[in-house]
Design a protein around this ligand. Structure first.
Ligand SMILES: Nc1ncnc2c1ncn2[C@@H]1O[C@H](COP(=O)(O)OP(=O)(O)OP(=O)(O)O)[C@@H](O)[C@H]1O
Length: 234
């Protein structure tokens, strides 16, 4: 089966700083994968390399079997891979609805349209004409996920989506991520919150020093959680 996203032996840099050292990973259609590791190991750099924001200097990236020779942010979206960035990056002077429409502008045509997003997130419909940045942190995260879905991706890369959010909101987002995945969109969940990874991911990849150092199935149990936590504890 052709992977939605494949990185093989990727070497990536910011200027002269060498961050990813031979990193390889694959995500197949419909999969839910957790990408974990301590602060600074290179998780966001994986996303940045796919988007062309870090320099790819070795190895190969493929989207749906097609090589990504010169990565650019819109190439990923057109290839069916959309990022929900760390910090959400809601556009301040646009309304909730305009932020959602922005997602459709960069992506592909497909089943996700405004009515579907509003069905998934009724609060976004209630607040459709509010400035996006006036929403609470949890609602902004829903908006960021809704905006990603509007691009009709096959795979969403979620970069620390629950950072700074209260546990009750994290629980709500866990349900949302599972619903999105149940509707067929694959997820690569970059997270420090291992209880969320245990509830959403089917398998994990652990990074250290810019490479994958461990991987395996995720077990949503006490022992499974402990195993994940070993990879993020300082
Ligand atoms: N623009 C940049 N220029 C130079 N170095 C950078 C840049 N952005 C990040 N780095 C460095 O690259 C390394 C990997 O950072 P990255 O953000 O990918 O880590 P991370 O695993 O996502 O960590 P976190 O959980 O803290 O977000 C770190 O040492 C960081 O200081």
């Amino acid at each position: 089966m052709t992977a939605l996203l494949s990185l093989q032996n990727v070497q990536a840099y910011y200027g002269s700083a060498h961050i990813l050292h031979g990193l390889s990973l694959e995500v197949q259609a419909g999969e839910r994968v957790g990408l974990i590791g301590r602060n600074g190991v290179g998780k966001t750099t994986v996303v940045n390399t796919i988007l062309g924001l870090a320099q790819l200097k070795g190895g190969q990236i493929e989207l749906g079997g097609r090589p990504l020779l010169r990565p650019r942010p819109y190439h990923a979206a057109q290839g069916g891979v959309v990022v929900v960035p760390q910090g959400r990056r809601i556009v301040a002077n646009l309304s909730v609805e305009e932020n959602l429409q922005l997602g459709a502008a960069v992506g592909r045509k497909g089943p996700w349209t405004l009515p579907g997003i509003y069905q998934l997130f009724p609060i976004l419909q209630e607040r459709a004409h509010t400035p996006g940045t006036a929403l609470s942190g949890g609602q902004q995260q829903m908006l960021a996920v809704g905006r990603a879905l509007m691009a009709n991706p096959s795979l969403i890369l979620l970069d620390e989506p629950t950072e700074g959010l209260a546990p009750v909101i994290v629980d709500q987002l866990a349900g949302i991520f599972n619903r999105v995945a149940d509707q067929g969109t694959a997820l690569l969940l970059i997270e420090q919150n291992m209880s969320l990874v245990a509830r959403v991911a089917q398998r994990y990849l652990a990074l250290a020093k810019g490479a994958v150092v461990a991987q395996g199935p995720v077990e949503n149990s006490h022992a499974g959680l402990k195993r994940l936590e070993e990879h993020v504890m300082v």
